[in-house]
Design a protein around this ligand. Structure first.
Ligand code: GGG
Length: 354
């Protein structure tokens, strides 16, 4: 029997509803594959903030460090500023554990309707690889004359050659491992941002030369946004900065049918620290507590976690079970046009797992 310790942070809003569903699936797949999960639940997030004035305790990183992986629901609360929730929980974890690769697959499952007219199931199949520890999210800057009429805010992006090189290399290695197109698209805005993005372009070209079998493409982020809509089937692996790929991966989530299907992994590819798995969606206060949030993004993220834990067969079974439920089209939450509840969708996945 293989045992994994999983730190679980359900967080806020719908996070509290989707995480128990992912646990149900992990427990079922664990039984089938002789894997045991020791879940350690951490009740951090907005409620913790209301009580203690911070999103997670001072020693949070030390508590997470011994775990094999982290499963996260969502962070965000209408009564707390978004920069407080994000900088108080999600971003410090990504940085502390050097989870420099944020991997966000975009796959249009057969049976799911894209809001785009053309694509059918399987036509959209690419992965957004987002640099996850620096760039526009570096939190370097400050205020001058704060809250005065002459207030100035400075927010500096940080692009290091090491940071760019390692994420671009990760993208190429991912393209090598994928079955289909073998292509990496680099996203910048180097016509307007003549330092950081020029460093990115140069580094991309250098790394690309080491992967002669992989087709390459470089797009400005505005053109990429357009082409995600116009020709989504042309992409394989897309790599870009923290902010650009955060935005682009919302487009990729919606063209595969719903934000409720978009899974993600925050990886430390060197496996020095625990990696973290989370749905791309946030806390969705508009639907929280109604029992209708789509659990599949979190279940697919748990599948990515299994893959990272080198439980490949179990991971593939989870994805196949989700794909089967979507292909049948009977049990769906409202974001996919259905009337089923969160729990009913998970039960349908469990049924497929047998
Ligand atoms: N699933 C975690 C969550 O709540 N994400 C919402 C969010 O705002 N994420 C910001 C980011 O990924 O940069």
């Amino acid at each position: 029997m293989k045992t994994f310790t999983i730190a679980v942070i359900a967080g806020d809003g719908v996070g509290i509803e989707v995480i128990p569903q992912a646990k149900r699936v992990l427990e079922r797949i664990g039984k089938k594959h002789d894997i045991s999960f020791a879940f350690q639940d951490f009740e951090w997030g907005a409620e913790h903030f209301f009580r203690w004035g911070r999103m997670m305790p001072a020693g949070a990183i030390d508590l997470l460090q011994p775990c094999d992986a982290i499963l996260l629901g969502a962070v965000g609360h209408p009564e707390i500023a978004d920069h407080t929730t994000l900088n108080g929980l999600l971003l410090p974890i990504r940085r502390a554990f050097d989870q420099y690769a944020n991997v966000r697959p975009a796959y249009l499952y057969p049976g799911v309707v894209s809001p785009l007219a053309k694509p059918r199931g399987g036509d959209i199949d690419f992965v957004v690889v987002r640099e996850n520890t620096e760039g526009e999210y570096a939190q370097v800057g400050g205020f001058v004359y704060q809250l005065q009429p002459e207030e100035v805010a400075i927010q500096t992006s940080v692009f290091t050659r090491r940071g760019v090189e390692r994420i671009v290399r990760f993208a190429f290695e991912l393209a090598v491992s994928r079955e289909k197109k073998k292509k990496v698209t680099s996203i910048t805005k180097s016509n307007a941002q003549g330092y950081s993005m020029v460093l990115w372009d140069r580094t991309f070209d250098e790394v690309a030369r080491q992967f002669p079998g992989i087709e390459t493409e470089s797009l400005l982020v505005d053109a990429a946004a357009m082409n995600f809509i116009r020709r989504p089937e042309s992409f394989d692996v897309v790599v870009g900065s923290n902010l650009f790929c955060d935005i682009l991966s919302d487009i990729s989530a919606i063209i595969i049918g719903s934000m409720g299907l978009a899974a993600s992994a925050n990886l430390d590819p060197l496996r020095r620290y625990p990696s973290m798995f989370e749905p791309v969606h946030g806390s969705a206060p508009d639907i929280a507590g109604k029992g209708v949030v789509n659990p599949l993004a979190t279940i697919l993220s748990a599948g990515m976690m299994l893959d990272h834990l080198q439980m490949g067969e179990a991971a593939r079974e989870v994805e196949a079970a989700v794909a089967a439920v979507l292909a049948e089209g009977q049990v769906r939450t409202p974001d996919l046009g259905g009337k089923s509840s969160t729990e009913e969708v998970t039960s349908a996945v469990l049924e497929k797992l047998g």
